[in-house]
Design a protein around this ligand. Structure first.
Ligand code: T4K
Length: 414
């Protein structure tokens, strides 16, 4: 057992931190602790960067990263960017999208912000109860004469229903874009993530599966679109002094690309770690009432980037928010992704909504999902210990609730 974990008495009297015990972990266990690639390799790359003084502007590490991602995605075009949010904006601009965009509200706020930032009208649609990804039936219901694009979001390291969305987009003759921030290394119907739709945007943020400090990439099978994206990410320059379009600066720098290369090299090992973490979590929560581990389609390649547990309020003696408070007190910084949902966040909450924008599943997921630490920042023993905390809390729910109400702990303050 690691030093960072204090021994946890499992006597009949629970010693949870919310009940006056010591926190189980000395150091916080986060959702999204960055995975650090091999340091010697990173240092060697950074030395090369410093020696050559090539720091940015389509340097050799950026090109190598694009090449590796291209090979991982069956030869599609890859355009790296400074982050996924700007990448999404760049893509919407390059596609000349104007009007309404259909997207799930159950996503990180960046997906909606990118659309609104580009002057588009986000129209939120509901998600599927089991996969948590955009529901094609809701997409159909949300279509209007002004629908200009569909944005599907691949969540938690699993792909959204690509085939159904593709049929709708083709029928309408509109682009199908994927927010693939969570989907590096995933596949759908045997084809790698980047082969699907008009284009996909991945994130290499520090907290992501593959990380480049900050960064992202747009993947597309369309060579003309990729050329346009390359133009727009570099101020619209074609050659040294010929500006041919309204561009911006969305380039990835060499430091980020060096980190991204190292991180990409650890992809398979990290999938194995996430699978082991998931098994440890499943085992430690076995038999507890009202807790369900998020399921993946085992026929596909998933990266298991997030460890998601659904807390059913009808069956679990503690609510999701109460469990979050219990865990925060133990220094387990569980998250409530994506509470409260884009549609209930500023600046969307006051916007007029269509009748089709009923989002019961989204709202239910926002109230019931718990994201637990996974990845290389946590061991299977620590995951088992987190499971023990949850089990202890559930088994003494009345006592926990009385302590919580006395201390008035809120998830944000815990
Ligand atoms: N689309 C989707 C579906 C996304 O999930 C995201 C990003 C995007 C688009 C946009 O991608 P980018 O434009 O960022 O490339 C985090 C990330 O900041 C965000 O990138 C991510 N989604 C989202 C799901 O999670 P927060 O608000 O939870 O971040 P934060 O700062 O609380 O970080 C989580 C925990 O990780 C911290 O409590 C501590 C730990 N951490 C974090 C950082 C940055 C570290 O230990 N070290 C670090 O350097 O949003």
């Amino acid at each position: 057992m690691k030093d960072s974990m204090k021994s946890f008495s499992d006597s009949s009297r629970p010693r949870l931190a919310v009940c006056g015990g010591q926190p189980r972990f000395n150091d916080p266990k986060y959702v999204g602790t960055p995975t650090i690639p091999d340091r010697a390799d990173l240092h060697a790359r950074l030395d090369r960067m410093l020696d050559t003084r090539r720091l940015s502007n389509d340097g050799p590490f950026v090109q190598e990263l694009e090449d590796r991602l291209r090979r991982l995605n069956d030869g599609v075009e890859v355009v790296t960017v400074c982050n996924a949010t700007v990448g999404m904006q760049l893509l919407l601009k390059a596609l000349d999208v104007a009007g309404e965009v259909l997207l799930p509200s159950f996503t990180f706020i960046a997906t909606a912000h990118a659309c609104l930032w580009e002057g588009l009208e986000p129209v939120f649609v509901d998600v599927d109860r089991t996969t948590h990804t955009i529901d094609p039936t809701a997409v159909e219901a949300g279509l209007s004469d002004r629908t200009a694009a569909i944005v599907g979001v691949h969540l938690w390291g699993r792909m959204c229903p690509v085939r159904e969305l593709d049929a709708i987009a083709r029928d309408r003759g509109i682009p199908l874009i994927f927010d693939a921030a969570h989907a590096v290394g995933c596949s759908y119907e045997g084809l790698p993530m980047g082969r699907h739709g008009t284009a996909s945007v991945v994130s290499f943020h520090a907290t992501k599966f593959v990380q480049s400090l900050e960064g992202g990439a747009i993947l597309t099978p369309d060579r003309d679109l990729a050329d346009r994206l390359r133009l727009l990410r570099n101020f619209g320059f074609q050659g040294y002094d010929n500006v041919v379009a309204l561009g911006t600066n969305a380039k990835m720098n060499e430091f980020c690309a060096a980190m991204g290369l190292g991180s990409l090299e650890g992809l398979d090992a990290l999938v194995r770690t996430n699978i082991a973490n998931r098994s440890a979590c499943r085992e430690s929560l076995a038999g507890l009432p009202g807790l369900r581990l998020y399921e993946y389609d085992e026929q596909e390649r998933n990266n298991f980037q997030y460890l998601i547990v659904e807390v059913d309020p009808r069956a679990c003696p503690l609510s999701r928010d109460e469990l979050v408070q219990v865990l925060h007190a133990e220094n387990v910084i569980a998250r409530r992704y994506f509470t409260p949902g884009c549609h209930r966040s500023g600046p969307y909450r006051d916007m007029p909504r269509r009748k089709s924008e009923r989002l019961p599943v989204t709202e239910q997921l926002c109230d019931t999902l718990l994201a637990l630490p996974t990845g290389a920042g946590v061991t299977t023993a620590e995951i088992a210990a987190i499971g023990t905390i949850i089990r202890t809390a559930i088994e003494s729910a009345d006592l926990v609730r009385s302590f919580l109400s006395a201390r008035r702990i809120t998830p944000a303050a815990a």
